[in-house]
Design a protein around this ligand. Structure first.
Ligand code: NAD
Length: 316
């Protein structure tokens, strides 16, 4: 692809991770310059695109981050680094808040100091609204996070709003549903996809917690990366859900994977997890209206690509 109209210098946190690495590829492909900051706690060096600058650093390390801002002078910060494990956040809420709130505020302070124009933030829709209606929760729905993770991600949204009102920072906040695809890790919000594929490929009985009727909104990672690209040029500050607006039950997900892998293994049913949300779907109308974004990858097609990737990992 040729040079974009306005080439951006993007500081991308969490770019060695699952979603962040796809975002980095989309930005580089569009001709932007990308510098990645990642502490490799869950991210992997193999995920880093060769053309991106890479800094191994913790977003909570004030001195290291300041040096990076000084050197890179980014026009845009895209913030994907986070403590992403919902269960860990319940067990260790202080550590979750340290990364997801304090780490984020630190980046906002540096962004103010070094004149960053725009922020794009990977927020959560899947862990924010609590139980949602069949048509999905819209952005103005009441916020009912069921975990400290949901609270900490929402809290940083509020800080971003403050920096916009007080210092003129522009922003697009992307509230993802359950993102799946190549490079995903079992701990993530759509970890069930990786876990089921892993079980079926290795001939292990998959476990369903509860009756499998729980519904989730599975959105493919390349569609999510495209939303991050569109957010670069969108005008006006906005909070936008990024999901398909459609629910898939855990039982249906397993059946789709079984068909794809011609695996006949029957699942084991374990007791429902306490506090688990039954239905989590996001309404994506605003993304269509504001970003002109819509999901393009059907679940079956996205799962095919995810399986192909997971097979190469199991063999490699
Ligand atoms: P991931 O763990 O693959 O990516 C997170 C990255 O951040 C990793 O590379 C990790 O090494 C890095 N990181 C973590 N703490 C850091 C720190 N203190 N300093 C520097 N780097 C650090 O997970 P992911 O699923 O790709 O999630 C990316 C973002 O998207 C997160 O902000 C997450 O909250 C958000 N999100 C993900 C989903 C989903 O379904 N996967 C849904 C909603 C929101």
């Amino acid at each position: 692809m040729g040079a974009p109209k306005t080439k951006q210098k993007i500081l991308l946190t969490g770019g060695a991770g699952f979603i962040g690495s796809h975002v980095a590829e989309a930005y580089l492909e569009a001709g932007h310059a990308v510098a990645i900051v990642d502490n490799l706690s869950t991210g992997k060096k193999e995920n880093l695109p060769a053309q991106a600058e890479f800094y191994r650093a913790d977003i909570g390390d004030a001195a290291a981050m300041e040096k990076i801002f000084q050197k890179e002078r980014p026009t845009v910060v895209n913030h994907h680094a986070a403590q992403i494990d919902v269960r860990f956040s319940v067990a260790r809420p202080v550590e979750d808040a340290r990364t997801n709130i304090l780490g984020g505020v630190q980046l906002l302070e540096l962004s103010r100091k070094y004149g960053v124009r725009k922020w794009i933030f990977a927020a959560t829709g899947g862990a924010l609204y609590g139980e949602t209606p069949d048509q999905g929760a819209a952005e103005e729905s009441p916020i009912h996070p069921a975990s400290p993770y949901g609270v900490s991600k929402f809290c940083l949204e509020q800080y971003i709003g403050f920096y916009a009102r007080s210092y003129g920072l522009q922003y697009t906040i992307l509230r993802y549903a359950n993102v799946y695809g190549p490079r995903q890790i079992p701990e993530s919000e759509a970890g069930v996809v990786a876990i089921f594929i892993g079980s079926l490929l290795n001939g292990k009985t998959p476990t369903i917690y509860g009756d499998g009727g729980q519904r989730r909104d599975f959105v493919y990672v390349e569609d999510v990366a495209r939303a991050n690209l569109m957010a670069l040029t969108s005008n006006g500050n906005a909070v936008v859900n990024i999901g398909t607006g459609r629910g898939t039950t855990i039982q249906q997900l397993l059946e789709l994977l079984q068909q794809e892998l011609a695996a006949g293994l029957k699942p084991r049913y374990a007791p429902k997890r306490p506090g688990e949300i039954f239905q989590s779907i996001v309404d994506n109308s605003r993304a269509r209206n504001i970003l002109g974004w819509q999901p393009q990858t059907a679940l079956a097609a996205g799962l095919k690509k995810t399986i192909a990737w997971q097979k190469t990992m199991d063999n490699g």
